[in-house]
Design a protein around this ligand. Structure first.
Ligand code: DUC
Ligand code: ZN
Ligand code: ZN
Length: 465
């Protein structure tokens, strides 16, 4: 039996902060005991990690990534190997990525294809959601088997007509199925049909720069779709989780529904909390670096997102990590913003950016761990194996130095992408050591992990619905 002891740190979970020593046995948390007590002093271990003046955190759970995803005529630039290694550098020890049902194909085919990409390549553990790009009688029935296979959440889109778009009838049917089988429907909520009209009109007027991407994907078209999917879910009697919420009007729709007692949940992402349309309007073609959907909003929207995170109208911060290189991928849209591949890198910096939010006074430490670790684990049926530090949980542990200073840069990041959306941003706090199921992946600022250490996580049902 291997035993590791983490001594002297401040353990922070979603519910507690305590100066405690943590004992790990065979990849799981065996016990916590107050630092300096006879119980903790009596522990012996093969390996002791000194966490004095450090936080001891559960590994981050990023519930929204797109590794090597074919999209917009190209493929996102992080593989499962490079993307999960970058995740580990940033203190994220679980990702939930999106497998895609091929049009005309089955959910199982999509899942098998994503297993093939990920298996044997990941540095940290991974699960899958399923993007339903072809909702029909057969794929609706297959949802039940996917849940049995540990894929308990299904993403549908009101955006991207001709690609991932589902109409209201298809969305209602999927929600009805989820009401019966316990699945969670995740919605990309933007009115894609209306957006396509505005894209065509903008291009006809000669509005071709990246900043127009933000203008045509109007905040009200996010709010309208959010309202619609919330009410469709209410009619179906199903919970719904709205991904990458960026507009204050959309937060208001979620807050209203939650005030009515509906099982409605929302996620936002660091890019909406820290970046804005000012970035989309950067000179030349620079704005393309920030093209993603939902789009960045004017900075006035950020206050509503922070408030939503504090009041629990938004429960989760994930990254929607979907990187495309500036040279060779984003430049497919020079002269036509609608051809810029949609997506931004971020899997490496979520924990740090949210720690900066603690330093800046937007969040408490416990809320940081809630929205980044515990709530995503609960939302997607992984708790308490993931998302907390408690006896029996996987020993996914981050030793975090809250006083270290770092500057984010593409020169030093580990994601396979040639730019950083946060280039030059100063962050207080840094990941020092990361354990995945008790095994060191990052140790004193060096990668010591292994592609293939990460295992597939079959997930249970949403623990909030
Ligand atoms: N939005 C993005 O920006 N990229 C991937 C898919 C999505 O919905
Ligand atoms: Zn989306
Ligand atoms: Zn996404």
């Amino acid at each position: 039996m291997s035993r590791t002891l983490i001594r002297g740190g401040l353990v922070v979970t979603a519910s507690d902060e305590l100066h405690a020593d943590v004992l790990i046995e065979d990849g799981r948390i065996a016990a916590l005991a107050a630092h300096g007590t006879t119980a903790a002093e009596s522990w012996t271990a093969d390996r002791t990690v000194d966490a004095t003046d450090r936080y001891v955190l559960p590994g981050g759970v990023d519930a929204h990534t797109h590794m090597e995803m074919p999209f917009g005529g190209t493929t996102s630039s992080d593989t499962f190997e490079t993307g999960t290694r970058a995740a580990a550098w940033g203190g994220t020890t679980t990702i939930v990525d999106f497998a895609i049902q091929p049009k005309g194909g089955s959910l199982r085919e999509g899942l098998d294809a994503w297993h093939e990409k990920a298996e044997g390549r990941c540095s940290v553990d991974y699960g899958f959601h399923m993007i339903m790009s072809d909702v029909n009688a057969s794929s609706l029935r297959q949802m039940d088997a996917l849940i049995e296979a540990g894929v308990s959440s299904f993403k549908l889109f009101t955006a991207y007509p001709g690609v991932f778009y589902s109409d209201d009838g298809q969305i209602l049917r999927a929600m009805q199925r989820a009401a019966g089988n316990g699945g969670l429907i995740m919605m990309h909520a933007e009115n894609g049909l209306a957006i396509d009209v505005l894209v065509e009109q903008a291009l006809a007027r000669g509005e071709r720069d990246p900043r127009h991407h933000g203008e045509v994907r109007h905040a009200l078209l996010e709010a309208e779709a959010t309202h619609r999917v919330v009410r469709l879910a209410q009619v179906a009697g199903a919970p719904v989780y709205v991904v990458h919420v960026s507009a204050r009007e959309a937060v208001a729709e979620l807050a209203r529904a939650r005030d009515e007692g509906l099982p409605v949940f929302g996620e936002t992402c660091p890019q909406y909390l820290f970046l804005s349309t000012d970035n989309l309007a950067e000179p030349g073609f620079e704005g393309a670096k920030y093209v993603c959907s939902t789009p960045l909003r004017p900075r006035e929207h950020q206050a509503a997102l922070w408030r939503g995170l504090r009041t629990d109208d938004l429960q989760v911060v994930s990254t929607d990590h979907c990187p495309f290189c500036f040279k060779g991928q984003k430049d497919m849209g020079v002269g036509d913003f609608s051809k810029i591949p949609n997506g931004m890198p971020g899997v490496e910096h979520r924990m740090d950016l949210l720690h900066q939010a603690v330093v800046d006074g937007h969040l408490t430490r416990r809320r940081w761990i809630d929205i980044a670790c515990a709530a995503p684990a609960r939302m997607f049926g992984l708790y308490p194996r993931k998302g907390t530090l408690a006896p029996g949980a996987d020993a996914d542990v981050v030793i975090y130095d809250p006083h270290a200073e770092q500057v984010i840069s593409a020169e030093t990041h580990h994601m396979n992408v040639d730019y950083s959306a946060y280039e030059g941003k100063r962050i207080t706090g840094r990941v020092e050591t990361v354990l995945s199921r008790g095994v060191p992946v990052i140790e004193s600022g060096a990668y010591v992990g292994r592609a293939g250490h990460g295992v597939y996580l079959p997930r249970g049902l949403c623990q909030y619905a």
